[in-house]
Write a protein that binds this ligand. Structure first.
Ligand code: NAP
Length: 249
């Protein structure tokens, strides 16, 4: 008898790891896929592959070779290319695509958010108003701020950026999750006057928003790009597990 076809989890997020953990524990076959750009990544339980597929055609070839009938897109809300590729590949193969995307953060009383549609506008705002900037948009986006010569940046990244950097900066290498006390102390110690973040959502990195709120600091919040259409959209690991459990029976 041949092995059952695995579910492909497009991952790199905490939710993708949590999903793989449950499926692995329940012996539902799955393979987690990572982009492979982070050194020393947090690895999901079970089978893992790493690196790009080589565009839509490469992804289709992989899905065919593994006889996959379900893909879970649990990638980061700002990872647009892989999500678009997954949608195209699943449509062309006629297989099911489940989108697992955590809810976006929303403002609560006391927040002072400046919502911007993209990183270029975030950089414009910072160029006009920022003096000491806490930049948490990830290393792939730091180049958007490289032309700013006046503000000082505390740039928090997992791996060091390889792009051009703003003239005045300090690179802080660290990986979440983060807690409120430490986030508040970091902002106070560095005399931060604005926080810049993408609206990634999720609990693991939300403490910086609470710290900014407590300190009365503005937050330049980059809004999410439009979500790629999927067959079923869920916003929690539990909901994804319920769907996949039903399908595996
Ligand atoms: P992307 O722009 O959607 O993907 C670029 C290419 O990387 C894809 O075309 C694909 O290559 C490969 N790829 C991406 N995710 C993959 C996966 N799970 N498995 C296999 N290949 C994958 O995504 P991105 O470059 O990863 O990130 C784009 C944005 O999302 C950035 O703004 C980044 O900061 C953010 N992000 C944040 C986090 C986080 O935890 N904070 C994690 C990931 C991304 P092929 O075309 O060759 O298949």
């Amino acid at each position: 008898m041949t092995d059952p076809a695995p579910i492909l989890i497009l991952g790199g997020t905490g939710e993708a790891r949590a999903l793989a953990q449950v499926l692995h524990a329940e012996r539902i076959p799955c393979v987690s896929s990572l982009a492979g750009r982070v050194s020393d990544p947090a690895l999901p339980a079970g089978d893992v592959r790493s690196g790009g597929f080589g565009g839509v055609d490469g992804l289709i070839a992989w899905l065919r070779a593994h006889r996959c009938t379900t893909v879970v897109d649990a990638t980061h809300p700002f990872a647009q290319h892989i999500s678009a590729h997954a949608a195209q590949a699943c449509t062309r193969l006629g297989i099911r695509l489940i989108g697992l995307q955590r809810r976006a953060w929303s403002q609560v009383p006391g927040d002072q958010w400046i919502s911007v549609p993209d990183l270029a506008e975030a950089a414009d705002w910072v160029g006009q108003h920022g003096r000491r900037v806490f930049l948490t948009t990830g290393r792939q986006d730091v180049h958007e701020f490289a032309h700013l010569t006046e503000p000082w940046f505390l740039i928090r990244v997992v791996d060091p950026p390889t792009c051009n950097l703003p003239r005045r900066h300090h690179i802080l290498r660290s990986r979440g999750p983060y807690v409120l006390d430490a986030e508040r102390k970091l902002m106070v110690d560095n005399d931060i006057d604005v926080l810049v973040t993408k609206n990634s959502g999720g609990e693991l990195t939300a403490a910086k928003l609470a710290a900014a709120r407590e300190l009365g600091l503005p937050v330049v919040m980059v809004q999410r790009p439009p979500q790629v259409p999927v067959d079923v959209a869920v916003d929690s690991v539990d909901d994804a597990v319920s769907l996949l459990r039903t399908a595996a029976r």
